[in-house]
Ligand binder design. Structure first.
Ligand SMILES: [Zn+2]
Length: 501
């Protein structure tokens, strides 16, 4: 590293530490002649909040600002579930478009495109802002083009008139693991918005403030760690700063404030190491993420950042010509895409078929199976795999557990989808039969997606039935989905809305 670069990085870090502190309130004051919309909306998006830990801290009085400003006098959505897969980039695209991953196409934090032959990883520094290039649906900002939308830190910002993505400050803080400083910088952007409003005379109709740190800490330390509790408590301080800022500017009662998270967190000590599993245990030559073998918890912070964030896959669309990618993938039979180690997507190429042809259920089951056996049985023989889901055409998915097999099927009536779930053999892999509201729907129907959501909310696999078929609809989802044992619960999605006067 050159001296100039070192000084630049040091200066950025010092600036981060100085400005990102949550200990002081925001100072910006809106000028009297700034036009403020009738019903402005602030969405506070805290990534990866586990409901159980959140409730525990709330009850212990450790989240006083969330209690005071959002819950008291607000509305809590208690029985909401997140989408499948419950992974940040997929959920964020849903949050902004209203469509599920199988329809908007951002099916994970990384995906393989069997038509373009690209392996896109959004967790790379090079790629994280390119998510907006990879889906076509209109975002919230584009649905209301006459409104002034501002996005703070969220890479998924297409259509926002003002977007903050300060790589220098935020990147430096992230690089060094100063996650509370990363979150504080999001809050601090309000001061810049005030300065700009005082210049142009207009305050945003909608502001989305993104807080990524809880998720990062949960991945590194676990959602049951002290560090995770601390970062949620710090998030509460940021909520307090935001609310007092609105209060001091006389905006609090005018504002609709929505607090939202994208998914929960399941403590999963042993995930699936997909590349190793396919290559060493199954003997299948596969393409996978370079970072799969790294256990980020054991790596040092900077090493973790460099491995996970800064290396680009060699077959990304921006690094290779199409002809090179065709050559690269021509002799490959399998591509695995890890999603946080607890959920893996597998794409298969059968025989001499072109990659663009999706295999049938029968072809998948005989892909790599012992004589007379099934691929699903071979996969489930692995201790690290608890659930295998296999696509069967466009309207059915088979679900295999260690002790049984069920099928999910979709039909349409008057254009609306309905879903049936039947046990084919052995025990119910989703264990719905142990929960009477869900058990009533098993083997009957079809039933609406909402009926399944309501009936399965209390189970370990909430809202999986309709969402699974919809998830496999997109070719980027792959042909086979694997989940680690006891780790697929998507986690409930809690949101609060401050009531408007
Ligand atoms: Zn997330």
């Amino acid at each position: 590293m050159t001296t100039v670069r070192r000084i630049g990085l040091l200066a950025a870090v010092m600036a981060t530490l100085a400005s990102g502190c949550a200990c002081r309130d925001l100072t910006g004051r809106l000028a009297a002649d700034v036009h403020v919309p009738e019903r402005p909306v602030l969405m506070i998006f805290c990534d990866g909040v586990q409901k159980a830990r959140f409730d525990q801290l709330l009850q212990a009085g450790r989240l006083p600002n969330i209690r005071r400003y959002l819950l008291n006098g607000g509305v809590e959505v208690r029985r909401a579930t997140t989408i499948m897969p419950s992974i940040t980039y997929a959920v964020t695209a849903t949050l902004l478009t209203g469509r599920t991953p199988g329809h908007h196409g951002i099916v994970d934090n990384a995906y393989f495109d069997r038509h373009k032959l690209t392996y896109r990883d959004f967790e790379s520094v090079h790629n994280y802002t390119h998510v907006v290039d990879d889906f076509q649906d209109r975002t919230l900002y584009e649905m209301a083009p006459d409104r002034y939308g501002a996005s703070i830190l969220l890479p998924n910002d297409r259509g926002a008139r003002r977007s903050f993505n300060n790589v220098m400050k935020v990147g430096a803080a992230w690089f060094l693991g100063l996650m509370s400083a990363v979150d504080s910088l999001t809050t601090l952007r309000m001061e810049q918005l005030v300065r700009e409003a005082n210049r142009c005379g207009r305050w945003p109709d909608f502001i989305l403030a993104y807080y990524p740190s809880a998720d990062d800490v949960a991945h590194r330390c676990g959602a049951d760690s002290e560090a995770y509790g601390d970062i949620l408590i710090h998030h509460d301080l940021e909520v307090g700063r935001l609310m007092r800022f609105l209060e001091k500017n006389g905006l609090l009662e005018k504002y609709a404030v929505v607090w939202v998270t994208d998914h929960g967190h399941t403590v999963c000590r042993r995930g699936i190491q997909a590349g190793r599993l396919f290559r060493e245990h199954l003997g299948i030559a596969c393409v996978d993420s370079q970072y799969d073998e790294d256990d980020s918890r054991d790596a040092g912070r900077i090493e973790y950042f460099l491995r996970l964030r800064y290396i680009m896959t060699p077959y990304d669309r921006d690094t290779r010509r199409y002809a090179d990618r065709v050559c690269f993938f021509r002799d490959k039979r399998c591509v695995v895409v890890p999603g946080g180690k607890r959920k893996i997507s597998v794409h298969l190429r059968i025989g001499q078929d072109d990659w663009s042809k999706r295999p049938t259920y029968e072809q998948i089951q005989s892909f790599h199976a012992p004589a007379g056996g099934r691929f699903s049985d071979r996969l489930l023989a692995e201790e690290s795999i608890g659930l295998v889901m296999i696509r069967d055409g466009s309207d059915a998915v088979h679900v295999f557990g260690k002790d049984g097999h069920g099928t999910i099927s979709r039909t349409r009536s008057n254009g609306r989808p309905a879903y049936a779930y039947r046990i084919v053999e052995g025990a119910d892999p989703l264990h719905y039969v142990d929960h009477s509201p869900a058990a009533r729907l098993v083997g009957s129907g079809p039933h609406s997606g909402q009926a399944w959501q309501e009936a399965t909310y209390e189970t370990f696999y909430p809202d999986v039935i309709g969402q699974t078929v919809e998830m496999f609809e997109h070719f980027r989802t792959g042909d086979v989905g694997l989940a680690a044992p006891g780790s697929t619960r998507p986690g409930s999605w809690t949101s609060f809305r401050r009531s408007c006067p």
